[in-house]
Design a protein around this ligand. Sequence first.
Ligand code: ARG
Length: 574
Amino acid sequence: MLFGDVSEELARRVLEALRHVTGIEPPSALVRASARSGVDYQCDLAMSLGRSLGKPPREIAADIASHLDVADLAEPPEVAGPGFLNFTLRSSWLEDRTTAVNDDPRLGAAVTTRPRRIAIDYSSPNVAKEMHAGHLRPTVIGDAIARLLRFAGHEVIPHNHLGDWGTPFGMLIEHLLDERPSGPYTLGDLNDFYRAARSKFDTDEDFATRSRQRVVLLQGGDEETLSLWRHLVDESTRHFAEIYELLDVGLSSEDVYGESFYNPFLAAVVDDLTSAGLTEISDGAVCVFPDGFRNRDGEPLPLIVRKRDGGYGYAATDLATLRYWTEQRGVTDLLYVVGAPQAQHFAMVFAVCRAAGWLREEHRAEHLGFGTVLGEDGRAMKTRAGESIRLADLLDEAVSHAAEVLEDRDDLSPGIREEVARAIGIGAIKYADLSGDRERDYVFSWDRMLSKTGNTSVYLQYANARIRSVLAKADQDLTGARVLLGHPAERALALALARFPEAVGAATAGHLPHKLCTYLYETAAVFSRFYEQCPVLAAEGPGVRDSRLVLAELTSKTLTLGLSLLGISTPARL
Ligand code: ARG
C-alpha cells in the first residue's frame, strides 16, 4: 500500500472481510492504536456485532480474521479476549515505510479526496477595545484548526467577525469628536478610550443624548459619522494586526468581515424569514421561535431578528452572516470558534437558518466552543486589580520569561537569542492553550508552560533542536539510506512515526488540536528512549548508523511539521 493512515487502512480491510463473511453491508469499524506490548493496533468490531449476528464475538472475530488480507503490512491477526482483533505490523513494512516517508514532505499524511470549502470564524474581537486574555483561545485554536484543515487539502476561508457596529459606536464617535483636536489623532490606549466614553455616557445626560443621535446618523449612513467610525475601526485593526503578527496568526485585513459588513443584508433577512412564515411579532420585536428551544420555565425562546426600535442585534447579524457565506460564497462548511457560553446562540441561529433554507442537507455548521483560561486561583484570569489582562502584555511577558531562560546562552548572538525567545515564549503560550481538550477550562501557569519537561512546546522544541544538532554533527547525505529495525527501541520509534497520519487525521476530523499535541509529546518521549538505548553517531554494524540517522531525521521532521500545523515554530538551535 500507500504509507498513509494505518488505522484507516486496517479498518477498511476489516470491513471488507466482514462483508465477505457475513454479506452484511458493514457499519464503520474502528481500529485503534494499542499500548499493549506486541500489539500495534486493535479492533473491537466483533464485540459490537455479537448481538445482531447472534454469534459469540470471538467466533465473528475468528471468521473475520480468516478472511482478512493484511499480509502486505501486518502479521496474521490474532483473536484475543472477548473478541478483539489484534494486529502487529510487519517490521519489514515499517522499515519500508520509514525509509520512503522520510522523502515525503507530507510525511505520509494523505490529501483528502473530498475537499470542502470551509468558512471559519475565529478571533473576532471588538473594535475600540484592546484584545484581552479572553481572546487568546479563539485566536490560537481557530488558527490551528485552519492550518490543519488547509493541510488536509480543504479550501479554508478565514473570517474575522469584528464587533464593529451597533449602539456603543454612538458614544465612541461622540467621544472621539469631543477629544479630537484638528489633525491626525491616535486613540492611544484603546481601553482608556472606551472606558472614558462609557463613564461620560453614564454621567453626562447631554453626551448620552448626542450619542443616541449619533447611532441614528451612523445607521443612516451619514458621511462624516462614517468617516469617524472608519477611523475607530482602522486604529483598532492596526492594534489587532500587531497581535496577530506577534502570534504568527494568519489573519489579515482582507479577512475582516465585521458586523458592519452584513448591515446591508439585514433587512432582506427579515423579509425572507417573514415571507417564509417563520417570524412572529413579540413585544414589538420581530422574532423567530425555533423548535426545541425553551427557557427555564418551559416557554419558547425567541431569536430576536429586529428589535422593537427597528434596530438589529447580534443574532440578526449572525443570520445574515450564515446566509451570506452559504448563498453568496458557496461554502459547504461553517465553523465558529467562539466561547462555550454562546453555544445556545449558535444552536438557535443554525436552527433558524435550516428552517429558512440557508443551511441545507449538504452544509455543515458547527460551533467549536472552548473553556475559560483560569488564573492560579481557579477563577477567570484577571489582573490583581480585577481587570482583564491585555493580550499584548501577556505576550510580551511570555517573550521576556523565555528570554530569562536563555540569559546565560553566550553561544547565541543577541539577534538569534531574541528570535529564539520569541519562538519559545509565544510557542509556550499557544501550546498550553492547545494541548488540553479545548472544551475544558485550563489554569494559566508560566512555570508549567515554560517547563523543559512534560507536555510543553519547550520540551518538543528542545527535543527537536537536540536531534538537529546530532544530524549536523553527522553531516551526512542520507539519500538512499535504508532503515533497519534491529532493536526494539528502533521499532517502537518507527511505529510512533507511522502514526503521524492518523494523529493529524484525528485532530483535523474532530477539530481537536490537542490530539496532535499528545501525539507529538508521546513521539518525542519514544525518541528519547530510542536515543538512550541506541547510539546514533557511534553506531556499529553495516548500515546501522545511516538507519538511525534516518530515524532521527524523520523524528525531527515530524515534530517540525506537527508543531507548524499548530502554528508553533521550531528553532534549529536552542
Ligand atoms: N465579537 C464577539 C465577542 O467578542 C464574538 C463574535 C463571534 N462570531 C460570531 N459570528 N458571532 O463575543
